[in-house]
Write a protein that binds this ligand. Structure first.
Ligand SMILES: Nc1ncnc2c1ncn2[C@@H]1O[C@H](COP(=O)(O)OP(=O)(O)OP(=O)(O)O)[C@@H](O)[C@H]1O
Ligand SMILES: [Mg+2]
Length: 325
């Protein structure tokens, strides 16, 4: 099991911040020439919290995480991680932080064990400690039986888990993960979620980005939704759903022949709807169940009801779908 370091305190502005906030980002900006990729971002992550960055492609999530990990220079602003001023001392931050980048960056010519060992050794562990730690991490991530395999022999899911495992080599108290489960099948994704849940129990502070609404709902204590480098809103998943999603959504799965009748019916009554493939999502005025009684005689329509979720929140505040953004 990874031994997690005690969370260091911050030199925050208020006594509450001193105890509570492990990551503090203030008015962070990043310009690439004319483009402002991160545009005055401010947020804080409490000790032991899992905090999510959500946003469409190009929103500025990776840019933010790279600046936070000391991998990319900031244009302006302030970042403190576990009391370390990241802008002044990006080397020191890497000692307390594990980083999982959007692209794995594993060494394909080395074995699983060698990747872990080398990472630990280069990060400053002694040869013996790197070896011991690699064994611990292999056990924790159930990768022991693949320890002698070359990275190119691993499936995509195993590679992703190895890159998360690798970030644990230095027993970090803060973990930054850029889309940890993108491209994984549901089983591997569940496995990563279980591993992250254990790290959380051990007290790690986790910042992650994701395009999966379910992942954000399950893992994140709080999250922010951003676009064009700016925060659109921040809160717990429940708060965000309460604020931005209808409490109930009616879903009509319509066969092609029935779809036109559904559109006509909703259009004539001015009932707002969203159509994705054969699925039509409808919300009545003031969140009430819409009157669809006139459609009962139409063949080929199946009606179900579901609660509002983060995907609805995302759509409502960015105007774009979570995954197809
Ligand atoms: N090295 C770079 N040089 C120039 N522009 C860049 C560079 N890196 C990112 N950008 C731009 O900055 C903006 C934010 O990109 P970023 O990678 O942070 O988005 P993201 O939210 O991580 O998106 P995704 O969900 O696709 O991973 C984009 O417009 C992107 O084109
Ligand atoms: Mg990204």
């Amino acid at each position: 099991m990874p031994q997690l370091n005690e969370q260091a305190n911050l030199n925050g502005d208020t006594p509450a911040e001193v105890d509570a906030d492990v990551i503090v980002v203030r008015d962070l900006r990043k310009n690439y020439g004319e483009l402002t990729a991160v545009d005055g971002l401010s947020f804080s992550v409490h000790a032991g919290e899992t905090y999510g960055l959500l946003g469409p492609n190009g929103a500025g999530k990776t840019t933010t995480m790279r600046m936070l990990s000391g991998l990319s220079p900031v244009s302006s602003g302030k970042i403190t991680v576990a009391g370390i001023d990241v802008i002044k001392d990006s080397r020191a931050v890497r000692e307390v932080m594990g980083v999982v980048t959007q692209h794995d960056g594993l060494d394909g010519g080395l074995t699983v064990f060698q990747n872990l060992f080398l990472y630990g050794f280069l990060a400053g562990l002694t040869r013996q400690r790197a070896k011991d730690r690699a064994h611990e991490v292999l056990d924790f991530f159930s990768l022991r039986d693949r320890s002698k395999a070359n990275v190119y022999e691993l499936s995509g899911g195993m590679k992703r888990r190895l890159s998360i495992a690798r970030s644990m080599m230095t027993s970090p108290s803060v973990i930054v993960m850029d889309e940890p489960t993108t491209g994984l099948d549901p089983q591997s994704r569940n496995r990563v979620w279980e591993e992250l849940a254990v790290l959380k129990e051990l007290g790690a502070t986790v910042l992650l980005s994701t395009h999966y609404m379910e992942e954000a709902t399950i893992l994140c204590d709080r999250l922010l939704i951003m676009d064009h480098g700016k925060i659109l809103d921040e809160g717990t998943p429940d708060q965000m759903i309460e604020r931005h999603a209808p409490s109930e959504i009616t879903q009509l799965r319509a066969e092609p022949a029935a779809l036109r009748s559904v559109r006509d019916y909703l259009g004539e009554r001015d009932i707002g709807y969203r159509e994705v493939g054969a699925l039509v999502s409808v919300t009545g005025a003031n969140g009430d169940r819409p009157d669809l009684s006139g459609l009962t005689s139409v063949e080929g329509i199946r009606t179900t009801y579901r609660a509002g979720n983060l995907e609805d929140v995302f759509l409502a505040i960015t105007g774009r779908e979570l995954r197809d953004s």
